[in-house]
Design a protein around this ligand. Structure first.
Ligand code: ZN
Length: 273
């Protein structure tokens, strides 16, 4: 073989090796964003008493997941109209969209968007992701799009633009990328189509994002359901299901609204991988 042919073959083989190696490491990465804070004088609506915990605040997160060339948003924080609020009930410093922009990510680049459920504190910037494919349980779509008036925690104007989005309607658990590394876990009860998210991170290990299966750390310890859940018994079954998944996988479990947890996390632009 001529010298030039040997060089070309060598380059080709090294490119092929790099491509195969990157395919083998398709593990997702995760960033957590501060998308607000809610404060309460009284936490009894969450099924706990004011003596059960001293915590009176709920952190409101947004999440960005990267998997190969794809980007996925999980939960979208408080309404954008709350950005700039710093009162005793609500704080939201910088919009999710501006925080993404600081990471050089435009909302049009998001391929998939999913919400643990459609309550207003999880879909605050949902309309910005109308170009993404919406992953939603069929039961949640019916509740949020067809009968939002039945649940005062739904604010349909916050996700109205998603009505015309590409949509994958789910009926149970769903493996988003087909390799088991990002899995939506059906966990109904808080709302009809409430869901959690299982992630397999290469270095961090398996991680489950709770959605609103629990709001406070003490809610999990005491196994309590908020009074505004659509189905308390169904919620308890979902708790059993997710707790079993935690045990069988050894996953770390993050209660999304936990203020104590949020204070221990590395927020975006930090990345968990
Ligand atoms: Zn919530």
């Amino acid at each position: 073989m001529k010298k030039i042919q040997i060089i070309l073959v060598t380059i080709f083989l090294s490119l092929l090796t790099t491509a195969i190696a990157s395919m083998a490491y398709a593990n997702p990465t995760l960033s957590v964003f501060d998308c607000g804070l809610l404060a309460f004088d009284d936490v009894s609506d969450f099924g706990i008493t004011n003596n059960d915990t001293e915590v009176r605040e709920l952190f409101v997160p947004c999440y960005l997941i990267s998997h190969d060339d794809h980007l996925m948003v999980w939960d979208a924080g408080l309404p954008l109209s709350d950005v700039g609020r710093t009162d005793s009930n609500t704080r939201y410093r910088k919009s999710f969209i501006d925080q993404l922009a600081e990471m050089n990510i435009d909302t049009s680049e998001i391929d998939f968007v999913a919400f643990s459920h459609m309550h207003y504190d999880h879909v605050g910037s949902a309309n910005a992701f109308s170009e993404a494919t919406l992953l939603i349980q069929g039961t949640e779509a019916v509740a949020a799009f067809e009968h939002p008036e039945d649940n005062p925690v739904f604010r349909p104007e916050l996700y109205a633009d998603l009505l015309s989005s590409n949509r994958t309607t789910l009926n149970g658990d769903y493996d988003v990328f087909g390799d088991g590394s990002v899995r939506i876990i059906s966990a109904p009860g808080h709302t009809p189509g409430h869901q959690a998210l299982y992630l397999e991170l290469e270095n961090f290990g398996p991680l489950i994002l709770s959605g609103d299966l629990y709001h406070f750390e003490v809610s999990r310890a005491l196994r309590r359901t908020p009074v505004f859940n659509t189905d308390a018994e169904e919620t308890l079954r979902s708790m059993d299901k997710v707790e079993a998944l935690i045990r069988s996988t050894g996953a770390t479990f993050w209660i999304e609204h936990s203020k104590e947890l949020a204070e221990s996390l590395n927020l975006a632009p930090a990345v968990y991988d």
